[in-house]
Design a binder for this molecule. Structure first.
Ligand code: CU
Length: 152
């Protein structure tokens, strides 16, 4: 009879937990992850571009509000409209969607570089969001002509 008491206790515990989490915020928050990050080796010693994809598996949108790295004095975020780039102060990461930075579109601009990134190195980045906690990324430096669709 002692042994049969255990499953009952476990079940009660599970019910209590479910009651606690009843707000169901599992899907209500943004769930962010970063992939496909790279920096083409810059031709200039003081400026470089960077690209990455932020995926949101959550049910709420978030906003990328800043990007920092100890290798650059400043990182600005740009979009490209009609072939001309313009600086923006934030990017929306849509619910159940992606924010994509790619050549010819949205991009990060690394300015005031403290050292010139070389192919094979990685650049540590911190992404800051309006709601979610910060994400850190190790962005690999690829060749100057790297194309993510061909891998070289
Ligand atoms: Cu730009």
């Amino acid at each position: 009879m002692r042994r049969s008491a255990l499953p009952v206790l476990a079940l009660t515990g599970a019910l209590a937990l479910a009651g606690c989490g009843g707000s169901g915020d599992g899907d209500a928050k943004a769930k962010l992850s970063v992939s496909s990050s790279y920096m083409p080796q810059p031709v200039s010693a003081d400026m470089a571009a960077g690209f990455l994809t932020i995926t949101n598996k959550g049910g709420t949108q978030d906003e990328l509000t800043s990007v920092t790295s100890d290798t650059a004095g400043e990182i600005t975020m740009h979009d490209t409209v009609g072939g001309a780039m313009e600086e923006v102060t934030s990017f929306t990461v849509p619910a159940h969607g992606q924010l994509v930075f790619k050549s010819g579109g949205n991009h990060l601009m690394f300015e005031k570089l403290k050292r010139r990134p070389k192919q094979g190195q990685t650049i540590p980045l911190t992404l800051t969001f309006a709601k979610s906690g910060p994400l850190t990324v190790e962005m690999p430096v690829k060749s100057a002509t790297y194309n993510p669709s061909t891998g070289h």
